[in-house]
Design a binder for this molecule. Structure first.
Ligand code: SAH
Ligand code: SF4
Ligand code: F3S
Length: 444
């Protein structure tokens, strides 16, 4: 049992970057409350599980893991389920897993200190599930960032778009932005601590609306990029509906804003987009792609695609395939449509058989891999800055990341390896569909 003097916790995180960053804030909050993080469930008095329910498989993983935890029930451990499955399933989790004492969705994390007090008092069924209509965001000064050079800042929480297939508006609650002052204050604190690479996060990061009405999203990007010490500003995920030209202009004129846009299209067919309630057409999306392509900088584009949405015909799917050529993506995250609870699409007819979904998925991924082989080859011979992220001693390589978010494995002739988080200039000597090989030109 967790004695007050030796409170320990173990946390496991699934899902998107928002969830990963939420966990950093949860860890910071727990540590501030006197808990110590441990690396295994065995050593922990409190086990937390930060969950994802975007597709059925992700959700099943959670219940699988909870069943595994069952064997530790008798050991006096406490269990908490956080995140999107927690919000979606709510108190039903207590029925499926009676040894769980805390269930909380992300919209309630700002109440975590109070929930932890109740947990310590031995309360059994604590919930944080009623905050989805809140205007408040989870801002905390106790964020335990896992990387000392590159860090996330959530600038907008929740989602109001209600795409017909998606759980997020139900699991993360209403869309709410932080003030630009609070974002910049956090970015400045990070810069002072030595961070050089900041990634602004939101389910739809570019739907950002400053509650203090001072700055547009593009202006926030520019303001973070202008902070002394900041060398790279990234942002994800952008929604086509709110993707404005000034974002491209900001990237084009400010070198510290990374030359990469993740712009999920979901489908290349306007009919499917309509059924998905994406509220844009193929043409609308292509116009935004053309802005990006017409920029002076080579801006890398990546996307998300759902195949096998109810009613998707062969012709609809071919229209999605044709987008791969038009857009020239550097990465495509493609998923077979997964029917989700509470969403309107779950009642739609014309569902696509699983075999067809997986056949379309395979075709798409194979085609994209070939295109990536070509698109990555444009970097052959280029000189670029990479941030050092790790070492592969076996291969004698240093692993880094380019401004476009590409993995670059490089070698150096210097006797001393460049430090983690430092930037090196490299020349690309070989290209693959998912990574670049390079040699260091000079170490700065
Ligand atoms: N807010 C972002 C996406 C967030 S979810 C946007 O609108 O673009 C991440 C990705 O998961 C989505 O882009 C979509 O491709 C995928 N996804 C969401 N719901 C899904 C479902 N029911 N089945 C399959 N994939 C899904
Ligand atoms: Fe889901 Fe659509 Fe919101 Fe993205 S915009 S999180 S896909 S509802
Ligand atoms: Fe998953 Fe929730 Fe993120 S459903 S993808 S953890 S917003």
């Amino acid at each position: 049992m967790n004695s007050p003097a030796n409170r320990t916790f173990y946390i496991e995180t699934f899902g998107c970057q928002m969830n990963a960053h939420d966990s950093e804030k949860v860890i910071g909050t727990l540590e501030h409350e006197g808990y110590r993080r441990v690396e295994t469930e065995e050593d922990a008095g409190l086990i937390l599980y930060n969950t994802c329910s975007i597709r059925d498989k992700a959700e099943q993983k959670v219940f699988h893991r909870l069943n595994e935890y069952k064997r530790m029930q008798g050991e006096g451990k406490q269990f908490a389920v956080l995140g999107c499955v927690a919000q979606q399933e709510g108190e039903k989790i207590f029925e499926r897993a009676p040894y769980v004492s805390l269930v909380s969705g992300s919209a309630s994390y700002r109440n975590l200190p109070q929930m932890l007090d109740r947990l310590q008092a031995g309360e059994q069924r604590i919930t944080g599930l009623d905050d989805r209509q809140t205007d408040e965001t989870f801002d905390t000064e106790f964020t335990a960032r896992s990387n000392p050079h590159r860090g996330y800042i959530t600038i907008i929480e929740g989602c109001d778009k209600f795409c017909s297939y998606c759980v997020v508006p139900y699991t993360r609650g209403k869309e709410r932005s932080r003030t630009s002052e609070s974002i910049l204050a956090e970015a400045r604190r990070m810069a002072d601590q030595g961070y050089t690479d900041i990634q602004l996060l939101g389910q739809n990061v570019n739907s950002y609306r400053d509650p203090s009405l001072r700055m547009s999203f593009a202006e926030v990007l520019a303001a973070v990029a202008a902070l002394p010490g900041i060398r790279r500003v990234r942002f994800t995920t952008s929604h086509p509906r709110d993707f404005t030209r000034d974002i491209v202009e900001a990237i084009d004129t400010i070198p510290a804003i990374c030359d990469h846009v993740h712009l999920p299209v979901q489908s290349g067919s306007s009919a499917v987009l309509k059924a998905m309630q994406r509220e844009y057409t193929r043409e609308w999306y292509l116009e935004r792609i053309s802005w990006i392509k017409n920029a002076t900088r080579d801006i890398s584009m990546t996307t998300d695609i759902i195949v096998g949405f109810p009613g998707e015909t062969d012709d609809d799917f071919e229209q999605t395939m044709s987008l791969l050529d038009v857009a020239g993506y550097d990465a495509v995250y493609a998923f077979a449509y997964s029917p989700r609870p509470n969403t309107p699409a779950i009642t739609m007819e014309d569902s696509i058989p699983e075999e067809v979904k997986s056949e379309r998925l395979q075709r798409l991924l194979t085609a994209q891999r070939e295109r990536q082989r070509v698109s990555y080859s444009r970097h052959q011979g280029q000189i670029m800055d990479v941030m050092v992220e790790g070492y592969n001693r076996q291969r004698g390589q240093i692993t880094g990341r380019s401004s476009q978010n590409k993995t670059v494995n490089f070698t150096t002739t210097q006797p001393i390896l460049p430090a983690l988080g430092s930037y090196c200039q490299v020349r690309v000597t070989a290209t693959y569909p998912n990574s670049l090989v390079a040699e260091a030109v000079s170490v700065r």
